[in-house]
Design a protein around this ligand. Structure first.
Ligand SMILES: [Zn+2]
Length: 387
């Protein structure tokens, strides 16, 4: 009888043991699955803000830090480096580099989001539109200039501003801030640079508010789509630029973030590059600090809205900029050198913050920026299957 009892108990304990193991197994599996699912959802950002410092190499960032003390760029936790070469040259121009960032593909210098043989390549902005997100561009140059053009146009040569403006006018962009009004007005209008009578501003006004002054910008109320041109062609430097790049960034985010599906915004500090071409240290530094202030606006939003990925990078380095003397104590760069008045092939930094940011760590090619962001937008666009 005792033997039978012991056998029964042993069988019971074995069953219990199996059940306990099964329960433990199920717990582990569901936990892993839960973590994976949560991780997958967490890694696809709802909002993406891409900051591009044109010509912003590591020395430009360093000079900004020496002058400003602490940069907003230091708030990023993920840092990497990018190679920038073009399809046909070791040293890229802003068009080929802009195409790599905007599409994830290499092209030849001068080309605006077309392949080396001239075929259009779909941009981040177009993928964002497909995912029903709002889209915005805010720059401190003409909106037809190479970097913004790569997000809004498909043209074989960056010098075709009039054609680029036509692509921009027929794009689906929701917020567009920068200079370049001259390319959107008919030849007969004062200040126009067009060789035809196309009035692109009027065409755009059919679907968005079109403004051309600081006053109109400041009194902008509840709009869903706006194009603001604040210079006939290129806006001035930091001291004369109104609205400032941080102000444009803040306003763009307010408008774009109304979309419940999220948004993509590209902000370019366009003139760090021009300071390099001019071999002008103070120009480089003042533009670097202004760009960093705009980055701070994006990071503040991301901190309040954790579904936001912020990426800050450059298209290339300009002027082989080097710092030879100065002082951290008095926050001053005193002696610098420039190896060239043009671009260099030096790797550029990339900084990332928020969901999906870990993909930007390490050394990669500039095409990785377009590819990673487009990957997130494609995931965001995957609709759940119908019942
Ligand atoms: Zn550039």
């Amino acid at each position: 009888m005792l033997v039978a009892y012991v056998k029964r108990e042993t069988a019971y304990m074995k069953r219990q043991g199996r059940m306990n193991r099964l329960a433990l197994y199920l717990l582990v599996v569901t936990s892993i699955l839960g973590v994976c699912l949560a991780h997958a959802a967490e890694d696809v950002p709802k909002n993406i803000i891409l900051f591009i410092g044109d010509g912003m190499g590591v020395s430009q960032v360093t000079a900004g830090k020496i002058t400003k003390g602490t940069l907003n760029l230091e708030r990023f936790k993920v840092v990497g480096l990018l190679t920038t070469f073009a399809h046909n040259a070791l040293v890229t121009d802003s068009a080929a580099a802009g195409t790599a960032l905007a599409t994830g593909f290499k092209t030849v210098n001068g080309a605006i989001s077309v392949s080396p043989d001239g075929r259009p390549i779909k941009t981040i902005v177009e993928y964002a539109e497909a995912a029903e997100k709002s889209t915005g561009i805010a720059v401190s140059c003409s909106v037809t200039h190479a970097t913004p053009a790569c997000f809004l146009a498909h043209v074989d040569n960056r010098s075709k501003d009039a054609l680029i403006a036509e692509h921009i006018a027929s794009s689906g962009i929701d917020v567009l801030f920068g200079g370049g009004a001259a390319w959107f007005l008919p030849m007969s209008a004062k200040g126009s640079k067009r060789q035809d009578e196309k009035n692109l501003a009027t065409h755009m006004a059919k679907r968005m508010k079109v403004i051309g002054s600081v006053n109109e910008f400041q009194s902008l109320n509840d709009v869903d789509a706006v194009a603001g041109f604040f210079a006939e062609e290129q806006p001035g430097g930091v001291s004369e630029r109104k609205p400032s790049l941080p102000e444009l960034t803040r306003r763009a985010i307010i408008i774009l973030s109304k979309n419940k599906n999220g948004f993509f915004l590209m902000v370019e500090g366009s003139q760090i590059d021009w300071g390099g071409h001019a071999k002008d240290m103070n120009y480089i530094i003042s533009e670097m600090v202004d760009f960093d202030n705009a980055v701070g606006v994006g990071l503040d939003f991301a901190k309040q809205n954790p579904q936001t990925l912020v990426v800050a990078t450059a298209d290339h380095e300009t002027s082989g900029f080097a710092i030879h003397d100065g002082s951290v104590d008095v926050r001053k760069v005193t002696t610098v050198g420039h190896t060239s008045g043009g671009h260099t092939a030096a790797m550029v930094p990339v900084f990332a913050y928020g969901p999906g940011s870990s993909a930007f760590a390490g050394i990669a090619d500039n095409t990785s920026i377009g590819r990673i962001i487009i990957g997130y937008l494609q995931k965001a666009n995957e609709k759940p299957p119908e019942d």
